[in-house]
Design a binder for this molecule. Structure first.
Ligand SMILES: NC(=O)c1ccc[n+]([C@@H]2O[C@H](COP(=O)([O-])OP(=O)(O)OC[C@H]3O[C@@H](n4cnc5c(N)ncnc54)[C@H](OP(=O)(O)O)[C@@H]3O)[C@@H](O)[C@H]2O)c1
Length: 339
């Protein structure tokens, strides 16, 4: 079909079976936008919610094509889009539309792909690393030598946060329920990682901070994690809530927040304004991209699927099996399947 592309389409609210690969018209870049040929796009927890009809796309984003991040090649630039040229390798965050062969995005929300990275590695960076960077450094005001508790440490965001915390001079401690993920994270040098369901977890976390308590908690879990957070938070500690995997409602003792002079912050990336997303992208690109080339930071790719196997990718994430990111690739290369 001339002027058409393949895209993942959410055909109705439901399970992975409602996802279909369909021919849709190519998107058209606006004056300040880039048209990008997507090479790889990653999956996010938000895609599962969107598929179930619980997290509609924000205004301006394609309503039925999911995908919050991508890596690809610039194909064309709008007349007022600056800083990029056709052929450039770029990556970035989106309000949606990334799980398609082509997409458009504002030129200010695009970053260059470090030369050392493959398409799959690059696609695993934007959403996870920008979210974690913002939570740690902007919302959480992480200082060198502070301790950081990373919930769901084996998630896409968690694996990014663990590395960023360490790169920022902090001492991260991870929590994840799956023994195999704890083993593999620790084997890769991301340690210590404990089981949040182990009754001794709060004591272990406090011991890992030398008895002081945790300065900054990156909360990806929400309601069920509050009792542990209340126990381990240090005086003047901060809790940054960016995920609600276990639910959003729980009882909080406000007296404890006062006694510890604690700060509780909530944050979300997808619904932010263009200016906010552009400023975060620029700051991250300037400060953090060089660390990927040096190997201080590296995206964790659990596996990749060709686009037509998007249902399998959703099912895998829903089973909580991934350690790091699940990537969708645009080439239907049988050799890449299930890697
Ligand atoms: N605020 C933002 O802007 C923003 C942006 C991106 C992502 N997020 C949030 O960050 C979180 C992680 O996203 P992701 O895409 O990186 O996730 P992911 O890779 O799918 O990993 C999530 C992991 O969390 C653990 N988990 C699942 N349900 C849980 C529960 N009920 N209680 C405790 N742990 C649970 C599971 O690991 P174990 O079973 O091994 O524990 C699961 O593998 C999500 O909540 C997502 O919505 C927020």
């Amino acid at each position: 079909m001339l002027g058409g592309m393949r895209a993942v389409v959410i055909t109705r609210p439901g399970g992975p079976e409602v996802l279909e690969l369909r021919e849709v018209p190519d998107p058209l870049p606006g004056p300040e936008e880039l048209l990008v040929r997507v090479r790889a796009a990653s999956l996010n927890r938000a895609d599962l919610l969107q598929r179930r009809g619980l997290y509609p796309a924000p205004p301006g984003a394609p309503a039925e094509i999911p995908g919050l991040e991508f890596a690809g090649e610039v194909e064309a630039c709008g007349p007022r889009a600056t800083g990029h040229a056709p052929g450039d390798r770029v990556m970035g965050i989106l309000g949606g539309g990334g799980q398609a062969e082509k997409l458009v995005l504002h030129h200010r929300t695009c970053m260059p792909v470090p030369r050392s990275l493959t398409w799959e590695q690059a696609a695993a960076i934007p959403e996870a690393f920008l979210t974690a960077y913002d939570a740690l450094h902007v919302q959480g005001r992480l200082a060198a030598d502070e301790s950081v508790l990373v919930q769901a440490a084996g998630s896409g965001v968690g694996t990014a946060a663990f590395q960023l915390a360490r790169a920022g001079g902090g001492s991260p401690i991870g929590l994840t329920r799956t023994a195999e993920k704890r083993r593999r994270l620790e084997e890769a040098g991301l340690r210590p990682v404990f089981d949040p369901d182990d009754p001794s977890a709060p004591d272990r976390v406090i011991r890992a901070t030398g008895g002081r308590g945790v300065d900054l908690i990156l909360d990806l879990v929400g309601a069920a994690a509050w009792p542990l957070h209340a126990r381990v938070l240090a005086e003047r500690g901060r809790i940054v809530v960016i995920g609600l995997l276990s639910g959003s409602r729980c009882e909080i003792d406000l007296g404890l927040l006062m006694k510890k002079r604690a700060t509780l912050v909530g944050s979300v990336l997808r619904s932010r304004s263009l200016d906010e997303k552009a400023a975060l992208t620029r700051e991250f690109a300037e400060r953090m991209l060089p660390l990927f080339s040096r190997g201080t930071l590296s995206p964790w790719v659990h596996c990749s699927f060709p686009l037509h196997r998007v249902r399998d990718a959703h099912a895998l994430m829903e089973r909580n099996e991934n350690l790091g990111k699940i990537v969708l690739t645009m080439e239907d290369d049988p050799a890449a399947e299930g890697r």
